[in-house]
Write a protein that binds this ligand. Sequence first.
Ligand SMILES: [Cu+2]
Length: 222
Amino acid sequence: MSFAWKVGVTVVLFAICAVAAVILIVSLLGTPPVVDYSAGASGQPVNVTLQAVGAIGSGNHPDWVSYLVETPQGQWVHTTVFQVPQHTRINFTIYNYDSGSPLRNQQLGQVTGTYGNVALLNGHPFRVINSNAGNGVAHTFTIPELGVSVPLYANNGNANLCGAAPCTTSSPHKIIRFSITSPGPGDYRWQCFVPCGLGWLFGNGGPMGQLGYMGGFMKVVA
Ligand SMILES: [Cu+2]
């Protein structure tokens, strides 16, 4: 084998290794961790707790809006993927720390697909939020495949809002609660339908298009 061949083969092998390493790193970074609420499930209702923040405050995109998920042990994880048992009552609690705006589509102000088609805002039942009044809507929690959608009433944008996650209840917040019944096993995509990707085309890029920020999966297991 000539010297030129050796160099050529070495360069090609190195390039292949470099590409493989980049693919591995990107795939690892691009897969948010799973918070598991299904371990030890015994048919009893399962409590899922999320928070929505105006800025995640760390990582590659510190100024992006994001959801976080709280583990059953009470630790906040920057992810939007969680796992629940099948055919079980799932009680959601979402802490919203973000400000909002009027909705472009008022349909998204409605609560759908929950027990009684109702949700609680700081303990008070509601079926719809008029986003043209008050603080508007910050985000929605929507599982299109299940017809579930709940708007998150916003905080006053002039308040001293939490600037980095995980936020605590010492910052202004709204508490939204609702329940659904989990379906059979599968991965159910959920996302926010408020175009909250500030600075992106029509608000639909950035955090709206990346797992771990404004969309994720509810994994349902047997
Ligand atoms: Cu959003």
